[in-house]
Design a protein around this ligand. Structure first.
Ligand code: NAD
Ligand code: UFG
Length: 341
């Protein structure tokens, strides 16, 4: 059994696949559990083409406790688990909250249960900036008070963080790191893996890419009357490969010892408005993005960006990829996706 194996749930998805590449490049071996509800098996080929290594893979739903037991029994020597597997569409979570609670919370509970049963010590959890709601001051640090979640999806992240804290308190053999992601965008520079939105994209970057590719006529910009410098919503967009590297740093940090629960914001520390991102995309790719201003989207906060100093200090991690490279990688991936259809 490999002494540096990491079990990655949801490893076939957008963030999980890039993290698998980063882990393999850092010398870890990876075993992926994914039910392929929002990804496809071809991702394994992309990972192989980039790293020359095919990660282990089992098609499995994390809510299936007997299936989880069978896998963890075989991989009891793993140094840790990175738990990505979750549903993530905010709007869908409002119309179907039980599906979100069932999937996101039962999956997490099973992961913690199996880690306790098989003495696997280190957990990295995908949390989200959504736990801060609309903060009273910016940028947000990890000590910024959390606001009530505005969607069932957001609730699953707040509740997930609390469930982990309780489980770790009860079992000091487990330590955990909660990573609060801001807005990951872009793709691997090789063009071999990237984001595959299902149907109409909910998120800004894949929507812009589909407009650029001519798949959609124009971008709907949700509101230009926010209390921000140019009236458009502000977010902290970070490169997906930087985000992937943060998981390697977090796993290494957990392995170096300590106890309890760590929390880190992962962002660039810079806020960009929707219009600034559209302009930057046009400059980086030379492609024009037609748009229309529409009404605000329910649940959107006007402005949020990270103070990620703690991750710099304790994990030695910073977002480093320049925005124009990130946008070029997103566009490269979009062109490849369009060709493969
Ligand atoms: P994704 O949908 O691309 O990846 C999630 C993967 O998990 C998919 O491959 C899906 O098939 C799998 N999955 C879902 N439920 C499962 C289950 N019960 N059992 C096994 N596999 C299951 O999403 P992503 O963007 O890669 O997000 C990964 C994690 O990061 C999620 O927890 C998400 O909530 C969190 N997150 C994402 C963002 C973002 O902007 N993408 C921001 C903050 C937090
Ligand atoms: N937007 C548009 N048009 C679109 C899509 C988005 O104008 O077609 C705007 C939104 O109003 C928002 C910005 O682009 O101002 C970013 O929206 P995204 O949907 O890309 O991202 P969010 O910030 O809403 O949400 C993302 C993830 C969540 C996560 C959250 C944390 O999707 O999972 O970041 O801040 F919880």
């Amino acid at each position: 059994m490999n002494q540096k194996e990491v079990i990655v749930t949801g490893g076939m998805g957008y963030i999980g696949s890039h993290t698998t590449v980063a882990l393999q490049n850092a010398g870890y071996s990876v075993f992926i559990l994914d039910n392929l509800s929002n990804s496809d098996i071809g991702v394994l080929d992309g990972i192989y083409r980039i790293t020359g290594v095919r990660p282990g893979f089992k098609k499995l739903d994390c809510t299936d406790i007997s299936g989880m037991r069978r896998v963890f029994e075989k991989h009891y020597n793993a140094v840790g688990v990175i738990h990505f597997a979750a549903h993530k569409a905010v709007g869908e979570s409002v119309s179907n909250p039980l599906m979100y609670y069932r999937n996101n919370l039962n999956g997490l509970i099973n992961v913690l249960d199996m880690m306790g049963t098989f003495d696997i010590p280190n957990l990295v959890f995908s949390s989200s900036a959504t736990v801060y709601g609309q903060p009273d001051s910016l940028p947000v640090t990890e000590d910024t008070p959390l606001k009530p979640a505005t969607s069932a999806y957001g609730q699953t992240k707040v509740m997930g963080e609390n469930i982990i804290a309780d489980a770790v308190r009860a079992n000091p053999g487990i330590r955990a790191t909660l990573l609060r992601y801001f807005n990951p965008i872009g793709a691997h520079p090789s063009g071999q893996i990237g984001e595959r939105p299902n149907g109409v994209p909910n998120n800004l970057m894949p929507y812009i890419c589909q407009v650029a590719a001519g798949q959609r006529e124009y971008l709907n910009i949700f509101g230009n009357d926010y209390d921000t410098p140019d009236g458009y919503c502000v977010r902290d967009y970070l490169d997906i490969n930087d985000l992937a590297d943060a998981h390697v740093a977090a796993m290494r940090h957990l392995q170096s010892g300590g106890s309890g629960v760590n929390v880190y914001n992962l962002g660039t520390g810079r806020g960009q408005s929707v219009m600034q991102l559209v302009d930057a995309f046009q400059r980086a790719t030379g492609v024009n993005i037609p748009y229309k201003i529409t009404s605000r989207r329910a649940g959107d906060v006007s402005s949020i960006y990270a103070n990620a100093d703690r991750a710099a200090r304790e994990l030695n991690w910073r977002a480093v990829v320049p925005l124009h490279e990130t946008l070029a990688s997103a566009w490269r991936w979009q062109k490849k996706l369009a060709k493969s259809k």
